[in-house]
Design a protein around this ligand. Structure first.
Ligand SMILES: [Mn+2]
Length: 672
């Protein structure tokens, strides 16, 4: 499963917003009226105290429950009434805004959001995972990246202009806003940056509540599903030990006043609990405040059970979810009185910063995110084990699929994805999918984040390339794998493209690098072979993967986003290796394994540095039928043969001898 685009798309978001905060702010041009500015400033600040109102956002999943993603021919939503109602609100004297920004994320900066937080999809009709909408009094623009140009052009109606981020002459959303020239934004860092630009044109930012919520009819309620408590046998570390470490990290960063944790996966990791409030992400709605003398966890009342209380123990003070903003007042007063700073993670929402008082805040990458990214031995072993079981399911799936297609069975992309999920559900510890399966035949494979819907899914054509990107949540880890297969005869061009992608995959898998190296530096390895043929792909090479947590996990990653150059790769981290190539209207190719970072022994150690390498933990054959042997070096051929030996050694003993899957595995792992 891919993360965000690399070289293209939202460069500003990558640089500034990644570390940010949340709510929707508005900018009122001074040229309008100083009076309205002043009157707007004060009365609206308190509205930020509501986290829900304070956002502007949207989704990765569509807002209708029965619509789970993109279709091959997604219908445009008629947004005329919605956009009109929003403009009416914007014009009201108490708001008086000329432009309103609706980003994708929720108050916790989640990548995946609950339906009640899918504001950008609601207002625009565009359901892709990445994008940002701007509605002004006379225009509406939707910014998205290369993965979504096609989908957005199909889903937006005539009220909207599609802004293809990453293409030449397409302004960033900030540039677009500044020219409007009245603005709003979504995060604190955005706000800080925009304020500087706006000052030059005599404008300023003013926070307002989330106006989309006010026009959203039948908005779903916030989910509050039961929590699962995890033992140390699964997590490798008690929540008490994690909190003690966090206190040390905070002290080291000068955050003597403590910190507010708002990332849902950070909270799930810190307290060793999991939920199911967000599609595919085992998280639950919560905030936490950790200081040197107390720990407060803010939970929706429905989820607080005796089991949860017993798990958390007497040191964790459980409080109502809604109360966090009110409690920040006390934290703020103490920080002011005792001259302390409270750490807010760079991905915290802006409303939290405003509630605390910006003067009391030290903004830094969350120490919880950093600690979570480096897995302990228990978590690493869990990741290995769940990937072996996952490989059994995926091998069973491809064996079944090939057999069905050979028999001439008509299967659509959804039938296939459902069968894959069924194979996974037979595996021990299976919880659910880690993202919506991308099961795509032929041209659908070129829609990078395609995921089929039953009504519009294509029949899998054995004469075309089939791409399947899928993953699961297990109690001991999270998986993410992509394989590209052809069930007939691939063309010379398809084979050449596949082989170039494979060479990039091998280059990443094989690299040994010194301590301090970032994923930004390694990214070129996955593109070198493609570049030699004048080819490329519009997404990053890899992302961190949670341990029974979100399939996309930071702070590190591999790609051309500047943020990836800020975090060095460390032993214990996870990283996907997923180069690809996509030809619009024809096919898509991607080969993805999950890697663990490990220390390696080298002959020398230049500069006294440690050297690191990768251990792949995904063991499903890479289709040799798609390989153009002539393009490969002997080293690359050896890599493939060795990889297939590993697949056979590790997976075959888990399959019934002479079964369909066993025989498929034997055939697919035959040496090149
Ligand atoms: Mn992935």
């Amino acid at each position: 499963m891919l993360l965000r685009p690399s070289a293209t798309g939202f460069p500003q978001l990558a640089r500034h917003a990644a570390p940010l905060i949340h709510p929707t702010l508005r900018l009122t041009s001074l040229s309008r009226s100083v009076h309205s500015l002043r009157s707007a400033n004060q009365p609206h600040t308190h509205r930020l105290l509501s986290p829900i109102r304070a956002l502007g956002c949207l989704p990765r999943t569509p807002f209708a429950q029965n619509v789970r993603w993109i279709s091959s021919v997604p219908a445009a939503t008629n947004t005329t009434d919605r956009v009109q109602q929003l403009r009416e609100l914007m014009k009201r004297p108490d708001y008086n805004v000329s432009a309103f920004v609706i980003p994708s994320e929720d108050a916790h900066q989640s990548e995946y959001v609950a339906e009640c937080d899918e504001r950008r999809a609601y207002i625009s009709g565009f359901t892709g995972s990445a994008g940002l909408a701007i509605v002004s009094l006379d225009s509406a623009a939707l910014f998205t990246d290369g993965r979504y140009y096609l989908q957005a052009s199909q889903q937006l109606d005539s009220n909207w202009t599609l802004m293809k981020s990453g293409l030449p002459n397409v302004p960033s959303w900030q540039e677009y806003l500044v020219k409007l020239p009245i603005i709003s934004t979504k995060t604190l860092a955005d706000a800080n940056n925009l304020e500087k630009v706006l000052a030059k044109i005599g404008s300023t930012l003013v926070p307002v509540p989330n106006l989309v919520d006010r026009i959203w009819k039948d908005r779903p309620s916030r989910p509050a599903h039961p929590l699962r408590t995890l033992s140390t046998a699964t997590t490798g570390r008690t929540h008490t030990a994690k909190i003690e470490q966090l206190r040390k990290d905070l002290a080291a960063k000068g955050a003597t006043g403590g910190c507010v944790v708002s990332g849902l996966d950070e909270i799930a990791w810190l307290f060793n609990m999991r939920g199911s409030d967000v599609h595919c992400n085992p998280v639950f709605f919560a905030y936490a405040i950790v200081t040197q003398d107390y720990v407060r966890l803010y939970l929706q009342k429905e989820v607080v059970t005796d089991e949860v209380r017993a798990h958390l123990g007497s040191e964790v003070d459980i409080r109502p979810y809604e109360n966090v903003y009110a409690d920040l007042k006390g934290l703020s007063e103490r920080a002011t009185k005792e001259n302390q700073k409270v750490l807010l993670g760079t991905r915290t929402n802006l409303a939290l910063a405003v509630a605390l008082g910006k003067e009391n805040v030290v903004e830094a990458r969350s120490p919880v995110t950093d600690a979570k990214a480096v897995k302990n031995e228990t978590e690493l072993e869990g990741m290995r084990q769940c990937h072996l079981r996952d490989a059994v399911a995926v091998v069973n799936y491809f064996a079944w699929l090939e057999n069905q297609l050979n028999k001439g069975t008509r299967l659509d992309e959804v039938d296939a994805a459902d069968r894959l999920q069924q194979f996974r559900s037979e595996q021990k510890g299976y919880v659910g999918p880690s993202f919506d399966t991308i099961s795509s035949t032929g041209p659908n494979g070129a829609i990078i984040h395609y995921s089929p819907q039953k009504a519009t899914a294509s029949i899998i054509d054995p004469k075309q390339v089939y791409l399947c990107d899928s993953g699961a949540q297990y109690l001991d880890g999270t998986t993410d794998i992509t394989r590209t297969m052809h069930f007939g005869e691939p063309t010379v061009h398809e084979k050449r493209c596949f082989t170039r992608v494979l060479q990039g995959h091998i280059a990443i898998d094989s690299i040994i690098f010194p301590d301090g190296t970032t994923g930004y530096v390694l990214d070129i390895l996955s593109r070198r072979a493609l570049w030699s043929d004048g080819l490329d792909f519009r997404h990053g090479t890899g992302h961190g993967v949670g341990a029974f947590l979100n399939v996309h996990e930071g702070p590190h990653g591999c790609g051309a986003r500047p943020a990836y150059n800020e975090v060095a790769l460390k032993p214990g981290m996870t990283l996907t290796n997923e180069p690809g190539y996509y030809e619009d209207g024809k096919f898509g190719i991607r080969i993805e394994n999950v890697l663990l970072l490990r220390k390696v022994e080298t002959k020398h150690r230049f500069g006294g540095k440690e050297f690191y390498g990768f251990e792949h933990i995904t063991f499903v054959p890479i289709q040799t039928k798609m390989i153009d042997r002539q393009l490969l070096s002997e080293t690359e051929v050896n890599w493939i043969n060795r990889y297939h030996e590993e697949c056979l050694e590790k997976v075959a003993p888990r399959l019934e001898k002479d079964s369909l899957a066993y025989n498929w595995l034997l055939r697919q792992t035959a040496p090149l």
